[in-house]
Design a protein around this ligand. Sequence first.
Ligand code: GTP
Ligand code: MG
Length: 361
Amino acid sequence: MATRRREYDEDDVRVRPGKSSRPRTRTRPRHADAVDGFVIAVDRGRYTCVLAGADADDTVTAMRARELGRKSVVVGDRVGLVGDTSGAAGALARIVRIAERRSVLRRTAEDDATTAEGRLERVVVANADQLVIVSALADPPPRTGFIDRCLVAAYDAGIEPLLCLTKADLAGPEQVLGYYTELELPYVLVRPDSDLDALRALLAGRVSVMVGHSGVGKSTLVNRLVPEAARAVGVVSAIGRGRHTSTSAVALRLPPAPGVDGDPGWIIDTPGVRSFGLAHVSAESLLHGFADLVEATVDCPPNCPHTADAPDCALDAWVAAGKADPRRLASYRRLLSSRSGEGDPRGEADQRNPGDPLAGS
Ligand SMILES: Nc1nc2c(ncn2[C@@H]2O[C@H](COP(=O)(O)OP(=O)(O)OP(=O)(O)O)[C@@H](O)[C@H]2O)c(=O)[nH]1
Ligand SMILES: [Mg+2]
């Protein structure tokens, strides 16, 4: 899916070239011989790539060519490679170009763009088609505030969301699904003994990236989907927190889905995140992440900020008329206020939302 608008990132910053003794040539090598690769892992300046058409087992290790400047290369990038692309032990290729990205999934450390953390923006992955929001139904407990943030990030990045509720053997999904009734949010339920056919069909032919808190079972699921993945799996501590077992994002090629022809697709496992900061998301996109609320705002006064104290904000009447869940409006307004630095985005649900134990982020 195409991104909705021009996205700026650090690649857009003009970097003045350093004093170089090398003469600047006007005819730069075009690297017509570059071969296409897909970045599946990044580790300390080394990029693991799979060449187009090759087996996922045949990987090439590469470094960035100096001519890329400050452009970052992330998992999911489609790149051009030159040099030793044999994949032999010790061989090192060079990434000389990055193809235009279909999508860019970002998150910030905090919500408030006026703070240093708020400006610290991370590209999670490039070129994902689908954001698989993984939430456990228990251990750790689901947090709808977190899921709502992921939905906003997915909308902003132009990536389709899929809710994946794990540990369905420990608790039922009714409360979480009840919260999303007004949204046509696709979801799958996963328990250790469930067959994964429905999920496999939804993943087929696409690049999907999993995000979720630590310990929700992302790597466990990836290991079931891709048996040779051998992703490390951690235990959840007594206080219901994962141990941040996975430390970097890795893309794995899915095996062919039963009954589905063509490209089986890729699944990207990512490290558990504590928060999904949204400082990079415009106020407009924030609202569009709440598809069940956006329709109401046509009746708002011009330039309505939609905050709880905004006079005549049509969202209040919309919720009062039963057209959306009041908890969704509360969640949207919490995001609005944490962006302006009024709230702590990582505050615990029970401190801030005594009536709604699931609402934390
Ligand atoms: N009961 C139950 N336990 C599960 C399920 N899925 C995963 N687990 C357990 O949850 C724990 C954490 O699983 P991981 O796969 O390491 O979680 P993760 O999301 O990859 O965590 P990070 O890598 O830290 O982000 C492990 O002890 C798993 O065995 C499930 O469906 N049911
Ligand atoms: Mg993991």
